[in-house]
Design a protein around this ligand. Structure first.
Ligand SMILES: O=C(O)CCC(=O)C(=O)O
Length: 290
């Protein structure tokens, strides 16, 4: 049975973004929250990024300024490799069905991560289009951002520019540096016209890979945790190395391998593979650090 209505699918095609409630069951959501809370507790014992993902980078990334009393765990790389609840949400949930209705029938995983903004943490995300980080042979890719916490106007919601997925692809390189963000004047312009993606915990924001978006710091005392899954159509092939490698890359979550590559006409600058994390790529201070 279809999960999305025809109107919702049409809205996604028009706006490049769609927010839908109840993307996982309440029991499942409780499992996601429990696992994330346990990781935050664990992070209190660390003063630098820790753990190991399959590419050798730390799985758990900490915002500079993180302390035991004010933890700022900002990223978990590939949580599906270390949590059954996150694996299930990615591989077999209402969220998975929604993505299949947008870019299916054949859908495979590209990568997963948690982006967290704990209370008072300065984490913000500069404006960009995901496709410039993860170019594929065609742009049938959806970034699904599952709200593990309620997202409000105060706790650092995602801000998007509806319709921008049909516009130009913007460079994330400036004066020879990959900043992971569009030029400042363009970002200001985008922010002026932005809409925020809000919702109760368990909602998902489904974003077209070419949609321009960013997000502001968390100014509240409530956490904002997003579980982010990037999926592609079965016939979209990556054109650059996965910036968030996972052993689950290429897993068919719906349908099966169509054994063809579909191409689309576009030009985009090659992304820079992150030495540490996406957040460090976007931060001038962290880029300058040895
Ligand atoms: O965590 C956020 O607020 C933004 C996430 C994002 O920009 C992305 O997944 O591309």
């Amino acid at each position: 049975m279809a999960v999305l209505s025809e109107e919702q699918i049409a809205a996604f095609r028009r706006d490049g973004v769609l927010t839908v409630g109840n993307a996982v069951t309440p029991e499942h959501l409780a499992g996601l929250r429990r696992d994330f809370e346990a990781w935050v507790e664990e992070s209190r014992a660390h003063d630098a990024p820790y753990g190991e993902a399959i590419d050798g980078r730390p799985r758990f990334d900490l915002q500079p300024g993180h302390t035991a009393s004010r933890p700022a765990l900002r990223r978990v790389q590939a949580p599906t490799e270390v949590s059954e609840a996150y694996y299930q949400a990615m591989a077999d949930s209402r969220m998975t069905d929604m993505v299949a209705e947008l870019i299916g029938p054949d859908v495979k995983l590209h990568h997963t991560k948690i982006n967290s903004k704990l209370p008072g943490s300065a984490t913000e995300v500069g404006w960009h289009q995901d496709f410039a980080f993860t170019p594929h042979s065609n742009s049938d890719l959806v970034t699904a951002l599952l709200m593990v916490d309620e997202v409000t106007p105060e706790n650092g919601p995602l801000e998007v520019l509806p319709g921008s997925h049909t516009g130009p692809l913007h460079s994330l390189w400036h004066d020879g540096v990959f900043t992971g963000a569009v030029a400042d004047d363009l970002a200001l312009e985008m922010k002026r016209q932005a809409v925020t993606c809000l919702g109760p915990a368990g909602s998902v924001c489904l974003m077209h890979t070419r949609l321009a978006h960013g997000s502001a710091p968390n100014l509240s005392e409530r956490p904002r945790t997003l579980f982010i899954c990037v999926y592609s159509a079965g016939d979209a092939m990556p054109c650059s190395p996965n910036p968030v490698p996972t052993r689950h890359q290429g897993l068919f979550v719906r349908g099966s391998d169509p054994r063809r590559v579909r191409g689309e006409d576009f030009t985009v600058a090659t992304p820079q593979f992150p030495k540490t994390s996406f957040f460090a790529q976007q931060s001038e201070t962290e880029r300058a650090a040895p």
